[in-house]
Design a protein around this ligand. Structure first.
Ligand code: DGY
Length: 329
């Protein structure tokens, strides 16, 4: 079928829901990775070489080397709001449009951040493990004492869409809200959220619960290191739903094991999918496998938006040439 061959080719790096995939198939010749795979840089380069577009996840790192042989590649659509897996300047220099999927995952991710904070502060997973081990012999005043969310101070590091969605939830818990962000929010937004801006040191020192929602970059790499952790209250909870590299995990494990920090909830890890043994060995950390956006509806919305982006970026569909979410250099 000669017209089939003229269709742009697209690589999809892991299986999508069938109906979402069908929307891509309506426009392109689609090559789907049949199962979830941790692709090596060489495999990514080989997959990108013959295609016009790609739909990727954070499992694929794409930079100058991976696109060196991809002479036809015009667009990559990342499924996710974070895009630290993409070297945006290198893609832009090669004339490749990159897109991401903001907004659609904001509320689900904020829900999960809150869940992780509650689980860590109130020792939910730890006490469940203890119960399942058959260690519950009687009720006692001192068993599994945690720290309250209500009337406590919540610190949010990174006050973008997800940070603000967490802030909205905090109001329902009567929490005092502090935040630090690259740019201070307009006074009207601060007022609506009842959020008080402060510098990073104040945020670290005053938060009873601190949630990290900053994008990962060379500037935020190990932003929460031993020195930062030393500024936090020993009774505090730390939650990371952003990227693992923002936290020095060894320093965190030490602080948690030495009682210099009460608890942590981590959904992201520096070397994921592997998790440091120092963290796995601790009882006072809740560990989840990067699932903050993993509700059925939201994962569908993320895939679907990435498909919209790719269709438009490759010059098809109603928004041809104008993808909804281009990433600017
Ligand atoms: C995101 O959207 O960045 C999530 O971490 C999943 O990739």
């Amino acid at each position: 079928m000669p017209e089939q061959r003229l269709r742009p080719r697209v690589w999809v790096s892991q299986p999508l829901f069938d109906d979402v995939l069908d929307r891509l198939r309506a426009h392109f010749e689609v090559f789907v990775q049949p199962e979830v795979t941790m692709h090596t840089p060489r495999q990514v380069a080989a997959a990108l070489a013959p295609v016009d577009g790609a739909l990727l996840t954070l499992n694929e790192r794409v930079g100058a080397e991976e696109i060196a042989a991809a002479s036809r590649l015009r667009a990559v659509a990342n499924v996710g709001v974070g895009y630290d897996n993409l070297d945006i300047p290198a893609l832009a220099a090669a004339g490749i449009v990159a897109t991401n999927t903001p907004d659609v995952l904001t509320e689900t991710t904020a829900d999960f951040g809150f869940a992780l904070m509650m689980a860590a502060a109130r020792r939910i997973t730890e006490s469940e493990r203890w119960l399942r081990e058959g260690r519950w012999s009687q009720w006692s005043f001192e068993n599994m004492l945690g720290s309250d969310l209500h009337d406590s101070t919540l610190g949010i590091l990174g006050m973008g869409r997800i940070g603000q969605a967490i802030a909205r939830r905090a109001r329902g818990f009567d929490m005092r809200l502090l935040y630090h962000n690259r740019m201070r929010l307009p006074a009207e937004v601060e007022g609506r959220l009842d959020a008080q801006y402060c510098d990073l040191d104040t945020l670290l020192a005053q938060s009873d619960h601190l949630v990290l929602v900053v994008p990962y970059s060379s500037t935020t790499h190990h932003l929460i290191d031993a020195k930062a952790l030393a500024k936090m209250k020993p009774t505090a909870t730390l939650v990371n739903i952003s990227r693992g590299g923002i936290v020095d995990e060894l320093a965190l494990a030490r602080a948690l094991s030495e009682g210099r920090l009460a608890a942590a909830g981590l959904d992201v890890f520096e070397g994921e999918p592997s998790v440091r043994p120092e963290l796995l060995a601790l009882r006072n950390v809740v560990l989840t496998p990067h699932i903050a956006s993993a509700s059925l509806a939201t994962r569908r919305a993320m895939m679907s938006l990435a498909v919209d982006n790719l269709i438009a970026a490759l010059g098809c569909g109603p928004r041809a040439g104008c993808p909804p979410n281009p990433i600017r250099v």
